[in-house]
Ligand binder design. Structure first.
Ligand code: ATP
Ligand code: MG
Ligand code: MG
Ligand code: MG
Length: 464
């Protein structure tokens, strides 16, 4: 019997606790950092420490962090290794240990605790990072150490200046070569999917300055991110993250609810994976109080939810189903993330309302889209109409266009969106103006004064 995801998560945290790390609970998906939409990595809650703005209470920390990555939405269901919601395991050092400790610890955990076969692990280092290379050389044969450039093995700075540094990653050889065009020469540099990046250690050792130069940091930090879903897939010997025990009950629930079978047909599987992934993301996002809306986090939620409803439609389900899938997500995670069970009713209520709303226009929208497709292309105006009249987030239109192999004019769509926002802003501006006008007038009347400054302050607010 294989190791379960719960055991692997627990073993990771225990391993680093035994190595004197303080175990902290996951921070929220909605970060306190106003510049970030969601927590995208385990290091996000510690940003002020990395930036040197706050002194750490603990200099060695381990966590399992809930993450959402919107940049991976399109990958979901297509690659084996991407989710929108996933858990990132991490060990962090703030000025305590560095490369020569962090690398062997990662190795010990993977090969001794999880007992991964050594020959299946391929490290990578930044091409100029001889220090990391020398450390790996003592651990694995040189043929297996990859040297990559900044696009792969470098982190930061976020913005023009700030902390940054090289990274070292560990790839797992899944042995699945069916999609490889050149099996003989396949290494982690090949993107056939055989090698999966499971672990990333960032060596935050420089400060990028305005003039483009790097200054060594006084306090060098370690930031590790290891994807739980990917490690579990490696340990359980399955081809995709969706075939792990993390998704088993959720996918079974989708099979039963939508009356479909997983593992028979790749198109069906993609839809099932999208729904399974999105059900997790939706549950965790709503649990933090985010509601579907047309902007910001709420719009990410709406896009994710509507994309899954469209995939269910593809699978032949035209009625509300989503809250049933939510049940299986909550069951799977309630012990680790009790916020799900606390917010259970709320999550389902929101999901039901949004689903009902989208189902009112989905069929008609698909019909309209089918007519548009006959023209051989989707114009920006078409995409905008689908959004505005039928509530189709652009992702859906784009995904369908891709399936039909026809172009869609994104630039024109974005231009029309911008114009609409502008109009909406002016319209609400006027409404606000009228409302405020009344309110201000009332204040003026109440004060029985002729010195009425309401309009001036209104102009001030309008500037913002
Ligand atoms: P990839 O190159 O595969 O997209 P990444 O380099 O973007 O991954 P990192 O930013 O290095 O990922 O994040 C650290 C780790 O988190 C990765 O090594 C991986 O194990 C995990 N991870 C990253 N993105 C995802 C995702 N979308 N779904 C599941 N796990 C992920
Ligand atoms: Mg990525
Ligand atoms: Mg990568
Ligand atoms: Mg990486």
């Amino acid at each position: 019997k294989y190791m379960t995801s719960d055991e692997i998560r627990e073993k990771f945290l225990q391993f680093f606790e035994q190595k004197n790390h303080k175990k902290l609970p996951s921070s929220p998906l909605v970060p306190s950092d106003p510049q970030l939409m969601f927590t995208v990595a385990g290091m996000v809650p510690f940003k002020p420490i990395f930036w040197g703005k706050v002194e750490p209470t603990h200099t060695m920390i381990t966590t399992c962090q809930k993450c959402i990555r919107t940049n991976d939405i399109e990958n979901v269901g297509k690659t084996a290794r991407h989710q929108t919601f996933f858990e990132m395991l991490g060990n962090f050092s703030f000025g305590e240990y560095f490369k020569k400790e962090a690398i062997p610890m990662a190795w010990e955990f993977l090969t001794k605790v999880l007992e991964m076969p050594e020959e299946k692990l391929w490290p990578s280092v930044y091409i100029e990072d001889n220090e990391a290379y020398e450390i790996w050389k003592k651990i694995v044969p040189e043929e297996r150490i990859m040297k990559f450039d900044k696009s792969e093995n470098w982190w930061g700075p976020v913005g023009p200046t700030g902390p940054c540094g090289p990274s070292s990653e560990i790839y797992f050889d899944t042995g699945f070569t069916d999609d490889c065009p050149d099996v003989e020469n396949c290494t982690p540099a090949c993107d056939c999917g055989r090698f999966v990046e499971i672990w990333n250690i960032v060596f935050t050792e420089y400060y990028a300055k305005e003039d483009g130069s790097f200054e060594p940091l006084a306090r060098k930090n370690i930031d590790t991110g290891a994807g739980l879903e990917r490690i579990v897939a490696a340990i359980q010997g399955v081809k995709t993250n969706f075939d792990t025990d993390l998704f088993k009950e959720i996918i079974e629930k989708i099979e039963n609810t939508l009356n479909v079978k997983y593992g028979k047909n790749s198109k069906t599987d993609t839809s099932i994976k999208v729904i399974a992934d999105h059900a997790r993301a939706v549950s965790f996002i709503i649990a933090e109080g985010i509601l579907p809306s047309n902007e910001g986090r709420g719009y990410v939620l709406r896009r994710i939810l509507r994309r899954s409803i469209r995939h269910a439609n593809l699978l032949g389900t035209k009625t509300a189903f989503f809250s049933k899938i939510i049940d299986s997500v909550i069951e799977k995670y309630e012990k680790i993330y009790p916020e799900l069970i606390e917010k259970q009713d709320f999550i389902k209520k929101i999901v039901n309302a949004e689903e009902e709303r989208f189902l009112q226009t989905l069929e008609k929208g698909l019909e309209r889209l089918n007519n548009i497709i006959k023209k051989g292309k989707i114009s920006g105006a078409d995409a905008f109409e689908l959004y505005d009249t039928y509530g189709f987030p652009f992702d859906i239109t784009e995904e369908i266009a891709e399936e039909k192999n026809i172009p869609v004019d994104k630039d024109e769509y974005l231009k029309l969106m911008k114009e609409q926002k502008e109009r909406a802003r002016k319209a609400t501006g006027n409404k606000e103006y009228a409302k405020s006008n009344k309110a201000y007038k009332k204040v003026g009347d109440d004060l029985k004064t002729t010195e009425f400054t309401g309009y001036n302050s209104l102009n001030e607010t309008e500037k913002v």
